[in-house]
Design a protein around this ligand. Structure first.
Ligand code: GCW
Length: 719
């Protein structure tokens, strides 16, 4: 085995040299499932272990696994791999129930859940084979994808013994896709769900979408925007949803719908949507029955209620638990769940927006039905480049808490900036909430480890659209991939995920993999630096959230204004969330709160999130705050230039089409990073009145110029 790995490394290095500059153009459609031929020198390490596929069971899921193995192995091994009989090198797939061979092997499947799998090199009838076994056919499919990924990343496959299973039950993509084909906060073209042509449409793209999801274990899809129209619950749309569900089902994917709370009024013609009204409850039950008659494995509902203008139980002076439990009762009879969002804040509440969700939800701990997941964004405001963790994590031990992250980059440069957000998700997951004592990390909370919850989950707001490369840019694909990997195992390291992705998506050459992985890992911190350094947040322009708008202060709702968050004036900058301010700190467990309570000891990353300090505040590094702010913005810009240089040096390893696509995005990012820096410094300097530290250039334009920029056609605003 060791010898084989050495041979692999050598051959990979050699081969990239030979391939330099000759790679075939690629448009990104194949994502990380490219299955391009293994370098000739490395082929002997793989071919003998994957010569024939022996499949048991006749389900559509097994057929999908076989099709994927055929496609993947034939591509990777550059020979026609097809189904056959047991022989040396056979890949045997199935479950103990469907395959006598697998049953006889007594694999450690009992320790795994329904979606787990075992991959083992073993001997059957004197033949050396690789077995991919699951408790269910979906487990087998996941095992098949894992096996292919081992070859795609050039891991040895001659002595495998892998047992793996997802740690979370619900691993779901939330599409904020509207019925008219636009995508709220979508930067990758139009919605892939062509509601107009469904249910007849059988788009091959849906199968490729399902393959990509299944390859990383994503097992649920919410098809429509949380700002939901009631129409998606009408009979014609249920029929369209059924058609999508039928296409995704073989890949282990359930469909869910965002449900509009007031639908009983709008399409049921009732007078109220009061969750305690018997007629309303009966309406939801009948609606659930209708959906389940068409889609027996329908996942359930996602609900945004009493938030940003959406109707909800608050309209009837009922609690979120009243609302969630009513819908949970309706779908629960069929095995469905409700994902109830905790993203609420109200224009009638003058208190710090960061505190509002906890006020509403924390007192309800223990009141939610067992089939309700409370879906909580990673931070208490809204998917900012950096936020502290949401105070609800770890604070509701009797409630099923799931994490919601944003894969689409509403606030992180949208389609064009190279930002590996998986590093951000990892930061949240690893953070200790101290909620139920030391070690209560967000990962542990969502894995159900606090209070022993069986229903667990993680949601990612999708970045998928009709663009040929699916995600608006090649590098944005990494967060679709990374989300899936973290939802499977919230303890997985973002760096290892980036490396696997880079190998599968571009090249296995170590001379490519290392610099790209380094660049991806650093990229998240870079965007924080040039957009919102030192704990600043929500400084984006209004509405489309594209570009800087720290000066905006005239919007109807105070918490929509960037000035509400930075609170910059002649005296200083930052949001005081300590006892002397909003005291949002008090919503955290004391051990978490104490790390942020003192401006002298707080990690500077969170300084202006929790503290209002004078411009001349002495930082830990010896500089005054103002100087550090300017230096950090500038460093962010410099780092984008470093990224450009790194990418330019990698030309030999990437096909010209994707090389150019990434290069042009980096040019946009470099320009926009400077814009962010200059506009922010121009505005904050108008408050601080201080000169820039020596050697740092003044903003290129005047503050008025930056204020005058308008982008009425910026993407992602579809409603
Ligand atoms: O702040 C926001 C986005 C909205 C989004 C909302 C949410 C779907 O700007 O576009 O609405 O978050 O998460 O509900």
């Amino acid at each position: 085995m060791a010898a084989a790995s050495v041979a692999l490394c050598l051959s990979a290095g050699l081969n990239a040299g030979l391939n330099a500059g000759t790679a075939r153009a690629e448009d990104g459609y194949d994502l990380w499932l490219r299955y391009r031929p293994v370098e000739a020198a490395a082929l002997p390490a793989y071919r003998p272990h994957a010569s024939t596929i022996v499949a048991a069971g006749g389900s559509a899921t097994i057929a999908a696994a076989v099709a994927e193995l055929k496609r993947g192995l034939s591509g990777l091994l550059a020979e026609d791999v097809t189904t056959g009989q047991i022989a040396d090198g056979a890949v045997v797939i199935g479950t103990p129930a469907s395959s006598d061979i697998i049953k006889s092997l007594n694999l450690p499947l009992a320790a795994l859940n329904d979606e787990g799998f075992v991959i083992r090199t073993t001997s059957v009838g004197g033949h050396k084979v690789t077995v991919i076994a699951g408790n269910t056919d979906t487990g087998v499919l996941y095992g098949a994808f894992r096996y292919l990924s081992l070859i795609e990343t050039r891991k040895p496959v001659d002595a495998l013994d892998i047992a793996d299973a997802p740690k979370l039950k619900v691993r779901v993509l939330d599409h904020w896709d509207n019925l008219d084909g636009t995508v709220e906060r979508g930067y990758s073209g139009r919605s892939i769900w062509d509601w107009w042509r469904l249910p007849d449409l059988k788009d091959a793209r849906y199968i490729d979408y399902a393959r990509a999801d299944a390859s990383v274990g994503i097992n649920g899809v919410v098809l429509n925007n949380v700002n939901a129209k009631p129409d998606s619950l009408t009979a014609p749309y249920i029929e369209k949803t059924r058609a999508v569900a039928d296409m995704l089902r073989p890949y282990g994917i359930k469909v869910y719908l965002s449900a509009r709370f007031s639908a009983p009024i709008e399409i049921g013609h009732l007078k109220t949507a009061d969750p305690l009204d018997p007629e309303v409850r009966a309406w939801w039950k009948a609606k659930a029955d209708e959906i389940y008659a068409a889609i027996p494995d329908f996942g359930g509902f996602l609900v945004k209620a009493s938030s940003e203008g959406q109707p909800g139980p608050g309209d009837y002076h009922r609690t979120h638990a009243d609302g969630a439990n009513m819908m949970a009762e309706a779908v629960g009879r069929h095995g469905g769940i409700v994902m109830w969002r905790a993203f609420v804040y109200s224009e009638h509440d003058a208190r710090d927006r960061a505190k509002q969700a906890s006020y509403e939800f924390q007192p309800l701990d223990g009141q939610f039905a067992p089939n309700v997941l409370l879906q909580i964004k990673n931070g208490p405001i809204d998917f900012q480049p950096r936020e502290p963790f949401h105070p609800l994590f770890g604070a509701m031990p009797k409630t099923n808490e799931m994490l919601e992250v944003q894969i689409t980059k509403e606030y992180l440069g949208q389609a064009t900036h190279l930002v590996y957000s998986t590093a951000l998700y990892e930061e949240t997951l690893k953070t200790d909430t101290f909620g139920q004592g030391k070690g209560t990390t967000v990962a542990k909370v969502i894995e159900g480890g606090i209070g022993n919850h069986a229903l667990t989950g993680m949601a990612g707001v999708a970045n998928i659209g009709s663009d040929r490369n699916w995600s608006g840019s090649d590098f944005n694909q990494a967060d679709w991939y990374g989300f899936g990997r973290l939802a499977w195992n919230p303890d997985a390291p973002a760096r290892a995920i980036a490396e696997d992705w880079a190998r599968m998506t571009f090249s296995n050459d170590p001379a490519f993999v290392k610099p790209v992985t380094d660049m991806m890992m650093a990229s998240r911190e870079t965007v924080v630096k040039y957009m919102t350094p030192l704990g600043l947040h929500h400084q984006m322009a209004t509405g489309h959230h594209y570009g800087p708008g720290p000066w905006v202060c005239d919007l109807a709702r105070p918490e929509w204004n960037p000035c509400y968050y930075a609170k910059a004036d002649a005296g200083g900058i930052g949001f005081d969330r300590t006892k002397t301010g909003s005291d949002a700190l008090s919503q955290y467990a004391p051990d978490a709160a104490k790390q942020w309570a003192d401006p002298k000891t707080i990690d500077p990353k969170y300084l202006l999130w929790f503290q209002h300090v004078p411009w001349t505040f002495k930082m830990k590094d010896g500089h005054i705050l103002w100087d550090d702010l300017v230096m950090t913005y500038s460093q962010g810009v410099d780092e984008v230039h470093d990224m450009q240089a790194t990418w330019a040096s990698l030309r030999p390893y990437v096909d010209s089409q994707r090389f150019e696509a990434v290069s042009s995005n980096l040019r946009i990012q470099a320009r926009e990073a400077k814009w962010w820096r200059d506009a922010s410094i121009a505005y904050f300097q108008s408050k601080s009145g201080l000169p820039l530290p020596k050697g740092y250039a003044q903003p290129e334009e005047t503050l008025d110029y930056y204020k005058s920029l308008a982008f009425p056609y910026a993407p992602g605003q579809g409603k």
